[in-house]
Every structure is written in structure tokens, then in C-alpha cells.
Design a protein around this ligand. Structure first.
Ligand SMILES: Cc1cc2nc3c(=O)[nH]c(=O)nc-3n(C[C@H](O)[C@H](O)[C@H](O)COP(=O)(O)O)c2cc1C
Length: 245
């Protein structure tokens, strides 16, 4: 059996799945593994909506930017940050609800990510493939309406889960010294290492696109950060009750 380290290092997103269903017992075990993740202040501020209705799956695929695998994966889960469930108890205990602080938003969002990644690791250890779907934030309002998300709950990302019908290459990550700094933040030596890494990424894309033009990591992220990114999110979060104080 591969070590957990080897398992984690073998991750690659899967975007093509077989028709095989995930056995209910395994799915239950994956949910429990996700729930076992650490949770800030024991808030347990995450809710998963498992979308089984094929019509809704198809609508979500479209809302996520026509990502077909949202429809075709064995399972599609929407991971939501949830301040409503714990917030309900403010009323029950006669306390004011102050859940609209930026800090609470961070806590719930981090909880969701930790739960999802634990579930993902468990899933990959069982031979399943996954793809996170941030694309649902292209249309967070319609997605929330479809899933009947109340105030205090917002969809952070989706997750496709299923048995892989492809075997893509592992996408190389930045060299560790670029990402891990000793004692203080610095950028010493980063430029040379990123230049080398850019070449590895160009090669990765060339191979993946069958010899097509490979784009470097640095150019890709520069483009990303030079463009407006889902500018509707601020107003959407305010509408859902995540008004930042
Ligand atoms: C929060 C999050 C959202 C993502 N959203 C999408 C998405 O909407 N569609 C998609 O095809 N991949 C999505 N991805 C997958 C990333 O593109 C992928 O993880 C990254 O390119 C690294 O590739 P790898 O997972 O194969 O190592 C997302 C990943 C994360 C963590």
C-alpha cells in the first residue's frame, strides 16, 4: 500500500469519469472522514449538499461555466460555509448573533476547505478521482437558489467525485524553497527557480496539449491577477448575510 505521502503526491484532478457508482457505504465513510477534519473553535461550520437530481446536476454544470463533468461524475457535492446552524443557537440561548464578522467568514470558509480536502484524500485513497469546481461561484446567486441555501450559508466550491476514466499526468508544483521560507519572508533565489519551473510547466502543457503551445506558470498567474475576478462575490456574500465587520 502506498504511503499517505505518496498518495498525496500522486494527486491530479480528474475530469472524465466512468459510469460506476460509488457504493453507499464508501460514500458514508468519505463523509465521516471529511467531518473528522479539525474545525476552528469546534464550529463545524460546513454543510455539504449532495446533488442527485439529474436536472439540477445539468443546471449546475451550466452555471459552473458548462463544465460537463459536473453532470457526468458519479457524485457532485457542493461544499457550503454554514454560519446558520451554529447561529441558530444564539437565539436559543438568548444571545445576539454576531456572525457577520470577517473573522467568522474566514473561520467557516477554512473549515469547509479542511473538510473537503480530508474527504478528497480519503476518496483518492479508495481509487476515486476528484475535481474541485470553483466555477459554481460564476453564478453564486442561482446556485444558492437551486440548493435553497438560506442566509448565513454560501457555496464555497463544488466537488466532482467518481472512478477515473483517464490517467492524466501529475501537474508539477513550485519548488519547495520558493514556497517554504526559513524564519522570515524573503524572495531570495526565487526568480531562478521559478524560471526553471516555468519551463517544466510549459513542457507539461505541451505534452498535455499534444505539442501545442505551452504557457508558463508565471504568465498564467500574471494574467489571472491582472483581470477582474468574479466581482459579483462581494455583493453576493453581503446578500447571504456575510456582511463584513
Ligand atoms: C477551490 C478550487 C476550485 C477549482 N475549480 C475548478 C473548476 O471549476 N474547474 C476545473 O476544471 N478545475 C478546477 N480546479 C482544479 C484546479 O484547476 C487544479 O487543482 C489545478 O490546476 C492543479 O491541478 P491538479 O489538481 O491536477 O494538480 C479547482 C481547484 C480548487 C482547489
Amino acid at each position: 500500500m502506498a504511503s499517505v505521502v505518496d498518495l498525496l503526491k500522486s494527486h491530479r484532478s480528474i475530469r472524465k469519469f466512468t459510469d460506476e457508482k460509488i457504493p453507499p457505504d464508501l460514500l458514508q465513510a468519505l463523509f465521516e472522514a471529511g467531518q473528522a477534519a479539525a474545525t476552528s473553535s469546534f464550529l463545524q461550520g460546513s454543510t455539504i449538499v449532495r446533488v442527485t437530481d439529474p436536472v439540477n446536476r445539468s443546471k449546475l454544470a451550466e452555471l459552473a461555466g458548462n463544465q460537463k463533468y459536473v453532470e457526468t461524475a458519479a457524485e457532485f457535492l457542493v461544499f457550503c460555509a454554514d454560519l446558520k446552524r451554529p447561529g441558530n443557537f444564539c437565539r436559543a440561548y438568548g444571545k445576539p448573533f454576531e456572525g457577520d464578522f470577517t473573522e467568522h467568514f474566514i473561520i467557516a470558509t477554512v473549515d469547509v476547505a479542511l473538510m473537503a480536502q480530508s474527504l478528497v484524500t480519503a476518496a483518492e485513497s479508495e481509487g476515486l478521482g476528484i475535481c474541485y469546481i470553483g466555477g459554481i461561484r460564476n453564478n453564486p446567486g442561482p446556485v444558492s437558489a437551486l440548493l435553497r441555501l438560506p442566509q448565513g450559508v454560501y457555496p464555497v466550491f463544488g466537488l466532482c467525485l467518481g472512478y477515473p476514466d483517464q490517467d492524466p499526468e501529475i501537474k508539477p508544483r513550485l519548488p519547495v524553497p520558493v514556497v517554504v521560507k526559513q524564519d522570515y519572508y524573503n524572495e531570495e533565489g526565487d526568480a531562478d527557480q521559478i524560471e526553471e519551473y516555468d519551463e517544466a510547466i510549459r513542457e507539461y502543457y505541451r505534452t498535455r496539449t499534444g505539442g501545442g503551445h505551452g504557457i508558463s506558470w508565471s504568465e498564467q498567474v500574471a494574467t489571472l491577477l491582472s483581470e477582474k475576478s468574479r466581482p459579483h462575490m462581494k455583493a453576493f456574500l453581503a446578500d447571504q448575510g456575510f456582511v463584513f465587520k
